[in-house]
Design a protein around this ligand. Structure first.
Ligand SMILES: Nc1ncnc2c1ncn2[C@@H]1O[C@H](COP(=O)(O)OP(=O)(O)OP(=O)(O)O)[C@@H](O)[C@H]1O
Length: 576
């Protein structure tokens, strides 16, 4: 059963959700939070508390960095055009149904396919299962998500639950060499152009040096040999250079071969300078390389998949568990130093509660309904398990904030979450109402609306907590006492718990003997007439109002006749 909330209580619930949501690192984890909506069922609350008690201690702050690196790994079925499967007539239908690649019974059809697989002994031997026909469909998504796998392995270490990712990563190492060659293939043209340029540079250097050595005495010899027609000597001179250039070309080709893993003759030997690679030769090389790599990638993938296949189910589970971990780290970050409330019987109480949205709030202790035995807050001796409480006090004393704090603690408790307090007791409710003061609403219309919502909260049965912020602001004080007084009597008769903020504490108290009046006490005013407030309400004690404090301050400050008048006004307050 869900805890019913009126619109303003719902708004508080949403702001709590937002606080937790903004701590998630993966947006998809948000759906988990929705499963923790407030419920009225005591068993369910206790079950959730047990769940958090069991899981939150495992959550470490470093987890967040690794969770943010996890991406969903998608394994997609695909039709692969680079392979053909040769099968026996009897298997044809089953093979085609797999829909992974072209299937045939004729060996002639395999022409032009880099990969020929067969269940009938005509190519690489396979069985009719996707993991043998298209192992790349499993292995490539893993390879493309190395970061995710590394993060999962680390998350496993951090949470003390060993991940299968480590083992998968070790198997995937077997793919590195092929993948590096593939990368070289992508950059093939660039690589060759670069080699060509480098080679031509070196040859041109050599030629330059050669022309220089020829410039002196040698040139004269050269000419004289030319005159007598001694061509052999001339050629041997040139031959030496030619040999050196060929050496350079071989060296460059060897380097390239090593990079791409096959032996090649790329550069033309006809024209030695400048050397160049004919484009058709680059194309041929590319095709040959591609074919080789396809086969290599297939074989490697198949080997790896054999090791990895039994781990994939666990991997999937770990990937979805990541969202749960993300949810838990957000809860821990939000509620790390909170406490689990005790399930209470009759009302709500907390010691040193801290408002969620006030920075460095003064902790406040409060009780509505049955006072727990260990509620040992100073001044609480006067508390008599009152279900209806009238909260009074100076302007800006923190009355609205206290109602908000009660709402926050109630909501979190019903979500099964820990609450921002040192100790807390919460009775599982059926309904929670929070009525804010409508600052801009005046006049009969606004009054009527407020009255109707209050009465709606009062009708019907169930365990209810009703929080009302200053109802009389929209009506005359005299009428307000009558209306509020009567409505609070109804609430009391029905056993509902109510906290109502009001400046009419004194008058209401006279009408309602069963109610408690608490006051947020201003301790005084500072020299700028700012209130010095103790946010902790005093139990069973009316809070002094701001005008009273101002009168008091003036009475203390002034002299003579003026002072006498101020003192008389002050006495009027005290005698009320
Ligand atoms: N426990 C607290 N610790 C620190 N600051 C607080 C606390 N409670 C309230 N305040 C601050 O005091 C200011 C006034 O609070 P709030 O509006 O709740 O007072 P109020 O009594 O409802 O005032 P009003 O009489 O105008 O309705 C706010 O700025 C709020 O942030």
């Amino acid at each position: 059963m869900r805890l019913k909330l009126n619109p303003e209580a719902k708004t508080v619930y949403r702001s709590i959700q937002e606080e937790i949501k903004r701590r998630l690192v993966l947006p998809e984890s948000a759906s988990l939070l929705d499963e923790f909506g407030p419920v009225s069922d005591r068993e369910e609350i206790l079950r959730r508390q047990a769940y958090f008690r069991g899981t939150l201690p495992w959550i470490r702050p470093e987890l967040k960095d690794y969770l943010s690196k996890v991406r969903h790994i998608k394994f997609r079925r695909d039709f692969l055009h680079d392979r053909i499967l040769v099968v026996d007539e009897s298997e044809l239908e089953r093979a085609e149904k797999l829909g992974l690649c072209e299937v045939t019974t004729e060996i002639e059809d395999t022409e032009g396919y880099p990969l020929v697989l067969s269940t009938a002994g005509y190519g690489i031997d396979v069985e009719l299962v996707p993991s043998q026909i298209a192992p790349e469909l499993y292995v490539m998504p893993l390879w493309e998500n190395l970061e995710t796998l590394k993060a999962l392995a680390k998350i496993g270490e951090l949470t003390g639950r060993e991940s299968v990712a480590g083992e998968i990563l070790r198997s995937l190492e077997g793919l590195r060499e092929v993948m590096e060659k593939r990368k070289t293939l992508d950059d093939l043209e660039e690589l060759i152009v670069e080699k060509e340029r480098e080679l031509n540079e070196r040859i041109s250097e050599k030629l330059e040096r050669f022309s220089l050595t020829l410039s002196g005495k040698e040139l004269l010899e050269f000419l004289s040999e030319l005159k007598v027609g001694n061509y052999e000597a001339i050629f041997s001179h040139f031959g030496e250079v030619e040999g050196e250039i060929l050496d350079l070309i071989n060296e460059a080709e060897n380097e390239l071969s090593e990079r791409i893993g096959i032996t090649i003759e790329l550069f033309s030997r006809e024209e030695l300078y400048p050397v160049s690679v004919p484009p058709e030769r680059v194309e041929m090389l590319r095709e040959e390389l591609e074919k080789e790599l396809k086969v290599e990638l297939y074989l490697r993938s198949r080997e790896i998949l054999e090791e990895v296949m039994p781990l994939l189910q666990r991997l999937k589970e770990e990937l979805s568990a990541v969202h749960e971990l993300d949810f838990l780290q957000a809860v821990k970050d939000f509620a790390g130093n909170f406490t689990f409330p005790k399930i209470h019987n009759g009302g709500i109480a907390f010691i040193n509660g801290r408002h969620l949205f006030i920075e460095n709030p003064q902790p406040v202790s409060y009780v509505v309904g049955r006072k727990p035995e260990s509620f040992d807050v100073p001044g609480s001796e006067v508390v008599k398990d009152e279900k209806v409480v009238i909260l009074t006090g100076a302007n800006s004393g923190g009355k609205t904030s206290l109602l908000e704090l009660i709402t926050q603690i109630t909501l979190l408790a019903h979500m099964g979450f820990p609450v921002p307090a040192e100790k807390a007791w919460v009775e599982p409710l059926d309904e929670l109402f929070f009525f804010r003061r409508k600052r801009s609403a005046y006049g009969a219309g606004a009054f009527e609306t407020a009255l109707r919502s209050f009465v709606r909260a009062l009708r019907g049965e169930g365990r209810k907590l009703i929080l009302i912020d200053e109802f009389e602001a929209i009506t005359e004080p005299g009428a307000a006492v009558k209306i509020i007084g009567e409505l609070l009597k109804v609430a009391h008769e029905r056993g509902f718990h109510v906290v109502i903020v009001s400046h009419l504490g004194e008058d209401l108290k006279a009408e309602l003997p069963f109610a408690r009046v608490d006051g947020i006490e201003a301790q005084g005013l500072d020299e700028n007439l700012n209130l010095i407030v103790d946010r902790q309400p005093a139990f069973g004690k009316l809070g002094r109002s701001t005008p009273e404090l101002i009168v008091e301050r003036l009475a203390r400050k002034k002299r003579g006749k003026e002072r006498e008048i101020f003192e008389r006004v002050l006495r009027a307050f005290r005698e009320r």
